[in-house]
Each structure stands twice: as structure tokens, then as C-alpha cells.
Design a protein around this ligand. Structure first.
Ligand code: GDP
Length: 316
């Protein structure tokens, strides 16, 4: 079995305010990306103005970090139950998940909601107990709460053996030990590389690229984002799009984008394991699949579920 050892694809999940944004900012910063792109704003994943200006997806974002020769793609997830369909689609693009829990507040309703989804998708979480710098932090109790939640949510034996990193995203410190902190986040990067499985390298198989998220940009129009599960993609290549109704549309790849830090850059080729964005097809939809020309048989793996519109009613 060949693996893309140069890549890790993970999602980050948490209850609101437990520190996802600060943590990803810190990981970016310590990987040197803020130094290279000083115009990047203070808060990497949370600035709506910047998102609008650049056309980065509003609800979920991909941040790519290079660490010791490994590209770590971190996909942000919305914590709110209204975005359940989107959370699921993001979780299906990754091989691991970071669950961030506040060292004082402990597990909260959205912790349960997002963890349940991750466990259902079969991911093995890595737990970050964040805000360890808080004077009232109670990391040992919080880990007991997290374990209790895993058990309530029917985690399997493998999932129950989650690694734990104690961190202060605010101070940029981390450690495997709740009592002491290292002066950087190296142990978190290392835990990600060690515990999140590298994607399979299926690049010799027929192309299968599923659209999991949509984005829009004034210059290139509608953008389909997803993970290449099999095969390779090259700019200029002729491919087919299998539409949701089963019909097939042939087109040529005109523009393709990869990620670096928070930015999207044009790329010429990509292969299985990569998370990329495609433009040039105005009516592209979530759940559709790009295959070799007229090769529906390439779609051996099950399709990602169609997004469902969720509604909430309150009855008083
Ligand atoms: P998100 O909603 O999960 O993205 O949370 P944010 O990253 O926006 O953080 C929420 C709040 O917690 C902000 O005020 C942060 O400054 C604060 N915060 C984040 N990480 C830490 C930490 O390690 N220690 C402390 N004391 N505060 C933190």
C-alpha cells in the first residue's frame, strides 16, 4: 500500500470560543507562514472582511501548513448544528480530526455535536486541551469529561485511545504533560504527523475527485473544492463531470488551485490525497464527481451524501 507521507488532511472541531482560530493562527505562525506573508491579518480563520475580499469560503476554510516536509491541510468546521451537512462533508475529506476543548469549561453542547459526527465518520480524534494557562484550568477533570463523552457517543476501542496535547494557543505553547508547557507547539505538529494517517496514494488509478464544498470568486466564478481520492488532475486535461442527476458533462480543466497558508494559488497538477479547488464550471454542485472522460465506472467508492437543508423549529 502506497501512502502520501508528505500530506496529512485533518479537520478541526470545537465548541465555539474554545480556541480553534487562535490555535490555527499559532500553528501557521510557528511554521513561519506569517513571516513570509506579513500582510495576513492577525486572525487567520475568523476575519469576514478578509474572506469577502479574497473570496475565501465563508463557512469553512482550508489552511495549509508545511512542517518538516509534510503538508498539513487543516479544514475548519462550523460548530453550529445548522451546518451539520457541511460538517459531515468536511469530515469525509480528512483522515483525522483535532478536537479542541477548553481546559476550564470542559465539554459543551457543540463539543458533543461535532465529536458525534467525527466518530460516526470513523475518524480517530486527537484531543487538544486548550487554555491550559488559565488559572482555573482543570485539565485532568476535563480529560475525564472528554473520555466520558467518547463512551456516551459509542466510540470504538481505537477511538478511545485518543492522544492528548495540553496547550495554550494564546501563548503558543504545548505539551503532552498537563503540568508543564514547552515554549512552542512542536509536540502538537509531531502528534498530528504521528497519529493522523497519511492518505493512500491511488494516483495510478482512474481519476475520482468529489466536490465537497463550493466557493465563489469574482474573477473565476464558481469554485468546487474537494479531495482527489484517486488518480491525478492536470490543467488542460479533458474530464467528465458526473452530475447529481446522473448526466455527464465533458469539460477541460482550465484553472486549478492548491493552498498555501491561507491563500489559494494556481497549480498545474495534483494527485490523490490532495485537497484542491477547480474553477471553470458554472453549474458545478456539491456531491458531483470529476472522472476521466466518459468513465463512470471510475466511481467505485460511494458518493458523498447530498447536502440536506436543515430547519429548526421552536415551539413554545
Ligand atoms: P474559536 O471560536 O474556537 O475560533 O475561538 P477563538 O480562537 O476565537 O478564541 C476564543 C477566545 O479565547 C478568544 O478571546 C481568545 O483570545 C481566547 N483564547 C484562545 N486560546 C486561548 C488560550 O490558550 N488561553 C486563553 N487564556 N485564552 C485563549
Amino acid at each position: 500500500m502506497n501512502l502520501r507521507k508528505d500530506i496529512r488532511n485533518i479537520a478541526i472541531i470545537a465548541h465555539v470560543d474554545h480556541g480553534k482560530t487562535t490555535l490555527v493562527d499559532q500553528l501557521l505562525k510557528q511554521s513561519g507562514i506569517f513571516r513570509a506573508n506579513e500582510h495576513v491579518a492577525d486572525r487567520a480563520m475568523d476575519s469576514n472582511d478578509i474572506e469577502r475580499e479574497r473570496g475565501i469560503t465563508i463557512l469553512s476554510k482550508n489552511t495549509a501548513i508545511d512542517y518538516e516536509g509534510v503538508r498539513i491541510n487543516i479544514l475548519d468546521t462550523p460548530g453550529h448544528a445548522d451546518f451539520g451537512g457541511e460538517v459531515e462533508r468536511i469530515l469525509k475529506m480528512v483522515d483525522g480530526v483535532i478536537l479542541v476543548v477548553d481546559a476550564f469549561e470542559g465539554t459543551m453542547p457543540q463539543t458533543r455535536f461535532v465529536l458525534k459526527k467525527a466518530l460516526e465518520v470513523g475518524l480517530k480524534p486527537l484531543v487538544v486541551v486548550n487554555k491550559i494557562d488559565k488559572p482555573q484550568a482543570r485539565p485532568t477533570e476535563v480529560i475525564d469529561e472528554v473520555l466520558e463523552l467518547f463512551i456516551e457517543l459509542d466510540a470504538d476501542d481505537d477511538q478511545l485511545e485518543f492522544p492528548v496535547v495540553y496547550a495554550s494557543a494564546m501563548n503558543g505553547t504545548a505539551s503532552l504533560d498537563p503540568e508543564t508547557q514547552d515554549e512552542n507547539m512542536k509536540c502538537l505538529y509531531d502528534t498530528i504527523i504521528e497519529h493522523v494517517p497519511a492518505p493512500m496514494d491511488n494516483s495510478d488509478e482512474p481519476l475520482q475527485f468529489q466536490i465537497s464544498l463550493l466557493d465563489y470568486n469574482d474573477y473565476v466564478g464558481r469554485i468546487g473544492i474537494g479531495r482527489i481520492f484517486r488518480g491525478q488532475l492536470h490543467v488542460g486535461e479533458q474530464v467528465s463531470l458526473i452530475k447529481l442527476d446522473g448526466s455527464v458533462k465533458n469539460f477541460r480543466i482550465s484553472k486549478m488551485f492548491g493552498y498555501f497558508g491561507l491563500e489559494r494559488h494556481e497549480i498545474e497538477s495534483a494527485k490523490s490525497g490532495d485537497i484542491i479547488a477547480l474553477s471553470g464550471l458554472e453549474d458545478i454542485n456539491v456531491g458531483e464527481t470529476v472522472t476521466p472522460p466518459n468513465a463512470q465506472e471510475a466511481m467505485e467508492a460511494p458518493l458523498i451524501d447530498e447536502p440536506t437543508l436543515q430547519m429548526t423549529f421552536s415551539v413554545n
